[in-house]
Write a protein that binds this ligand. Structure first.
Ligand code: ADA
Ligand code: CA
Length: 369
């Protein structure tokens, strides 16, 4: 996917002035090509792009150009390199024409480990090895009450970019379930949920505009359990309806926000209740949860682990004043702990060094980051 995107797994710890020891590939990785060259990798290989100990990461398959367009940016100051990790398989060789059919079955290549180990996953909820891709011609509607079992195949729609107003890959009606689905790199507007719905064992290889949107009315519950989402420029989950959104046993990496109740939707309001339970967040550059206190939103966070690779600080529960469409933008009010809106205490958050919490403008019982 060659959309210019800002992938955020950039180590900002690069030691300025100690370039002698800086490497152009992560430790233990192997350079596969240099900037602007065309490289080839096996399906779903995690590729690093950068130099001087600062890298962007992207899951790629087959041939790609090793440049800033592919990775959404580059590390300034010299030639960047593309590299892959020690466990990555070699790309399959280009097929050579065989004059006669081989009498023996072609051995199946060993499946690529998926996700690559460095991407991480919630324990018990690793993304399965994906062997088959389904290219949808149009949004797959999941009817009311239907259980759609994707059999761990990868589903693509038509666009991997960040433009607003895209159709979803799956449009789930009230009471529907999507399970065992991997949303691929053509992720469009992800999954829409129009009532109560369940997303069970769903993974997003590379989030498009956002991973999923809760649109159901008051009284509905959207449940997202056991999965992971990788690489979102901004939000992962978007909550535009009313009712509840519950996220559990989930891993998120290289995203701006885990979830935001809508800041400026048409007919915006609330209340919206969020539950974030058993979540590991790696390199979330902005916020875990963003909510509108003026609409009565409440976020309850339990057993959250922050695991940032650099010096980035993550806000846990950021409170806004939301607005209706046409009345400007929502206003950030600050980070809160143990308040009516932000039901989270320091004990609910585990920091894996060098993770840090961003507690700017904090109210409530604010922890020391
Ligand atoms: C943005 C936008 C909202 C809504 C949302 C979405 O937050 O400001 O109005 O479109 O994206 O649903 O993706
Ligand atoms: Ca969206």
């Amino acid at each position: 996917m060659n959309f210019p995107r800002t992938l955020i797994a950039v180590s900002v710890l690069a030691a300025v002035g100690s370039t002698a020891s800086a490497a152009n590939r992560p430790s233990g990785w192997t350079t596969i090509c240099s900037e602007n060259q065309t490289c080839s990798v096996a399906a779903n290989t995690n590729v690093a792009f950068g130099r001087a100990d600062q890298f962007r990461y992207k899951i790629l398959s087959g041939s790609f150009v090793c440049n800033s367009t592919t990775f959404g940016g580059k590390t300034a100051g010299g030639v960047n390199e593309c590299s892959k990790g020690p466990g990555s398989p070699s790309p399959s060789p280009s097929p050579t024409p065989t004059p006669t059919p081989s009498p023996t079955p072609t051995p199946t290549p060993s499946p690529s480990p998926s996700p690559p180990p460095d991407l991480g996953y919630y324990p018990g909820c690793a993304m399965p090895t994906n062997t088959q891709t389904v290219q949808l011609a149009a949004t797959r509607v999941v009817a009311a009450g239907e259980v759609f079992d994707g059999q761990n195949k990868v589903y693509n729609l038509n666009n991997g970019g960040d433009a607003e107003g895209q159709p979803p890959v799956f449009d789930v009606m009230h009471g529907g379930t999507v399970k065992n689905v991997i949303i691929g790199t053509l992720a469009a507007d992800g999954i829409h949920c129009n009532g109560s719905c369940t997303l069970d064992h769903v993974w997003w290889q590379d989030v498009g505009e956002d991973a999923a949107t809760a649109l159901g009315p008051a009284g509905t519950v959207m449940t997202i359990n056991c999965g992971a989402a990788y690489s979102a420029n901004d939000k992962t989950f978007q909550f535009n309806g009313r009712g509840e959104l519950r996220i559990s046993n989930f891993y998120v990496a290289n995203v701006g926000k885990l979830v935001r109740t809508c800041g400026d939707c048409t007919g915006n309001g609330g209340p919206r209740k969020l539950w974030v339970t058993n979540v590991i967040a790696r390199d979330v550059t902005s916020t875990i949860v963003g909510i509108n206190s003026n609409y009565g939103d409440v976020a309850t966070i339990r057993n959250l682990t922050l695991n940032n690779s650099g010096t980035g600080k993550t806000k846990i529960c950021q409170v806004f004043k939301g607005v209706v469409k046409g009345s400007g933008s929502s206003t950030a009010l600050g980070v809160e702990f143990n308040t009516p809106a932000c039901q989270v205490s320091q004990a609910d958050v585990t920091l894996m060094p060098p993770s840090q919490m961003n507690t700017s403008a904090c109210t409530g019982s604010c922890p020391i980051p």
